[in-house]
Write a protein that binds this ligand. Structure first.
Ligand code: AMP
Ligand code: GLY
Length: 424
């Protein structure tokens, strides 16, 4: 089987790394990939938003399966494009059609879906320019902090949380009237603040049955102690102590089953991953958001804990045979620490030589923003490399990741030294 992965982050590198170990996979292609994915397959310089070019790649390289790494091309209908094309409709596709991807593509739709199917989530209302006055009144009815979310995709930046009611009203105006997040904020979801600890839960579904993958916790803020700006993710841990059997049973009964059944009731055949971002509020799970793909950097700790052949999992999703597949989980802890370019998530410099990669032998390196040229690796993005390690407990695994974080160097390297701090 030849497999095509779309994307260029640590997540796609982890998928390529694991697929490379499958006896069922002949060749792996990644569009556009990074210097790390090139170690496991062939990178092709094609934009994931250029559907016609993806079609050419699939036909020229006899691709049997496509795995969508990120959400944008799913929200834009890449799976639908495949189904509507006689030459492509036989290709196995991991990732939902547009009618499923809208769970991530529109926060208002996701909230309506949760309400319709009794999935616990924060109380909310949605507003447009037309009813902004009602928005101000709704904000007045809430206690701080105030949570405002741009309805559409905003590259992970569309959420504003503030404490001051006047600031919250100004933010609502900035989003609806002054296009703070472009078209994505033509509609805004205002919701109740949930106080608790977050968890990322990953569900694989073929539209009929589902399997729950290992859970993870990611660390989104750039600064230690969860301070500072939001990033794509500075590190991750799996498993997560508070996600014990009792809590995960609640997650399954109150969130996963109603979601999967809800998709079916709504006539949506969802074949892909559903990533449920949730908050544990005094032992009760509430959905913060749905994502229609795997998480990054969570994938860099979830995939190394899957012992079985991951091709089988993807194949089960894409061919509706998930119930026949077994997934075996490694009980050890996995941790990942992200090395980032100094200045990220603000401005940072690219093109710094990365040294020390060859000194690492007890962690797995998943490249994110890297480039290879005449014998050297260079940083080429904000998040540069995820250093994943396994251990019998979290601290043992972290110790290995941190040892290697010191061995790898580039100018202005930065990483958080407190990943897992709240799970100790
Ligand atoms: P999202 O883009 O929906 O993941 O939101 C970004 C971050 O904002 C989440 O990871 C949470 O940390 C936080 N957040 C979103 N919604 C809420 C909420 N209702 N209550 C508290 N925190 C929230
Ligand atoms: N780690 C959060 C995300 O992938 O959206």
């Amino acid at each position: 089987m030849n497999v095509l992965i779309t994307g260029s982050g640590g997540r796609e590198c982890a998928i390529a790394w694991k697929l490379k170990q499958s006896t069922k996979v002949d060749k792996i292609y990644i569009i556009p990939g990074n210097a790390g994915t090139a170690l496991f397959g062939e990178n092709l310089n094609v934009s994931a938003s250029d559907f016609d070019n993806i079609k050419n790649v699939v036909i020229q390289n006899n691709i049997d399966m496509i795995i969508a790494g990120s959400e944008d091309m799913l929200v834009n209908g890449l799976h639908d494009y495949f189904l509507n094309d006689d030459l492509l409709k036989g290709v196995r596709f991991v990732g939902p059609c547009r009618n499923g991807a809208i769970l991530e593509g529109s926060k208002d739709y996701a909230k309506e879906f949760m309400t319709r199917h009794s999935v616990p989530t924060a109380k909310y209302k949605s507003f447009t320019k037309e009813n902004i006055e009602e928005g101000y009144l709704f904000l007045e009815s809430l206690k701080p902090p105030y949570v405002l979310k741009a309805d559409g995709l905003a590259a992970g930046k569309g959420v504003v949380i503030c404490n001051d009611p006047d600031q919250a009203k100004k933010e609502l105006g900035d989003m609806l009237y002054r296009g703070k997040f472009g078209k994505a904020s033509d509609k805004v979801v205002v919701e109740e603040y949930l106080k608790g600890i977050e968890l990322s839960v990953f569900v694989a579904t073929d539209g009929n049955t589902y399997k729950i993958l290992p859970e993870a916790k990611d660390y989104k803020r750039v600064g230690e102690g969860d301070k500072g700006l939001n990033t794509g993710g500075m590190g991750a841990i799996s498993p997560v102590g508070f996600a014990d059997k009792i809590f995960m049973k609640k997650v399954e009964d109150k969130i996963i089953i109603p979601t999967i059944e809800g998709l079916k009731k709504d006539g949506i055949k969802y074949q892909g991953f559903l990533f449920i971002g949730l908050m544990n509020v005094n032992g009760e799970p509430y959905v913060i958001e749905y994502n229609v793909r795997l998480g990054d950097p969570e994938t860099e700790v979830v995939i190394p804990r899957i012992k079985s052949d991951i091709f089988e999992l993807f194949d089960g999703i894409a061919t509706g045979t998930l119930s026949e597949k077994e997934i075996e989980i490694d009980q050890r802890y996995a941790t990942t620490v992200m090395l980032v370019s100094g200045g990220y998530p603000g401005n940072f410099e690219k093109g710094k030589v990365i040294t020390g990669l060859d000194q690492v032998n007890d962690s797995i390196l998943f490249h994110a923003g890297t480039r290879f040229e005449v014998g050297n690796y260079y940083n080429n993005g904000g998040r540069v490399i995820a250093i994943t390690s396994m251990g019998s407990d979290m601290n043992e695994a972290l110790k290995i990741s941190y040892k290697n974080a010191e061995l790898i160097n580039f100018d202005n390297k930065y990483f958080r030294r407190d990943i897992g701090f709240d799970l100790r």
